[in-house]
Design a protein around this ligand. Structure first.
Ligand code: IPE
Length: 255
């Protein structure tokens, strides 16, 4: 059975304007929708939102390892791990057997880019029908000491390693907007120049690049033959719709 990789952004699951503040109504609805729509193997990835971005900024984690940032590793990891626990709790309550996989423990970066991921645990769990739940995290970096690893980078790496059939990015917008505020239905190498021009960072505190960062990761994925859909995960029914193949948004694909 082929694998689906789904990321739900931190802006959906948390209030990005207020440190470590969850949006429990969205977490429980999304967990219920995953339960309703699930028919393939699933890897779920979630963003950090206000459980991580604030801490990462406060301790300057993107500056690499130094006397200040070293103090922020645990608070940042703990914050996002707390959010991860809330999500897994809700999945369990909806009958989805999900387990935490913390990127800090299985990923190494090089110059801020994901360099290696230990896939063993993920492969094994997936083969048993268990849903691994990963998240944006602080991670070891071969050159910088530490850095922030966004869920968007994790999506691309896992989707490639697992040869995913489908990748979804659930955000708090209906897709990628053009300058005229219309949703761009498809992004491919032929219109990427215009699209990048129209993109700007998302609201709140975001240390990993907002929508521009997402599209860059997804274009790379599209180049290796894996399409992805950016959709609104705040709209009820869209997460289960994505899993069933009926959700609308912006489709990112190769030419
Ligand atoms: C960020 O992860 C991780 C930390 C700041 C610890 P993401 O980049 O995937 O999070 P969101 O989706 O933007 O909140």
């Amino acid at each position: 059975m082929s694998v689906i990789v789904l990321k739900i952004g931190g802006s959906v699951l948390t209030d990005k304007g207020r440190s470590s503040t969850a949006r429990p109504e969205h977490i429980s609805r999304i967990a219920a929708e995953i339960s309703q729509g699930l028919s393939s193997k699933l890897v779920l990835i979630h963003g950090a939102g206000s459980f991580g971005h604030h801490q990462a900024k406060e301790f300057g984690l993107k500056a690499g390892l130094n006397e200040t940032s070293i103090k922020g590793i645990w608070p940042t990891h703990l914050a996002v791990k707390t959010l991860n626990g809330m999500i897994i709790d809700q999945l369990y309550q909806n009958g989805v057997y999900a387990v935490p996989i913390h990127p800090l423990s299985i990923c190494v970066l090089k110059d801020g880019r994901l360099d290696s991921v230990c896939m063993d645990v993920i492969d094994e769990l997936l083969s048993r029908g268990i849903v691994p739940v990963l998240h944006g995290d602080v991670a070891a970096d071969r050159t910088r000491g530490i850095d922030i690893l966004s869920g968007d980078q994790i999506i691309a790496a896992l989707a490639k390693a697992l040869n995913a059939k489908k990748v979804g990015i659930g955000t708090n917008v209906d897709g990628v907007y053009a300058k005229d505020f219309k949703i761009i239905e498809e992004i491919s190498p032929s219109n990427i120049g215009i699209v990048k021009d129209a993109l700007s960072g998302s609201g709140g505190v975001d240390v990993t690049g907002g929508m521009y960062g997402k599209i860059t990761e997804l274009m790379d994925l599209a180049a290796s033959g894996i399409p992805s859909l950016v959709f609104n995960a705040e709209t009820p029914g869209n997460v289960s719709g994505f899993l069933r193949g009926t959700c609308k948004g912006t489709l990112i694909h190769g030419d």
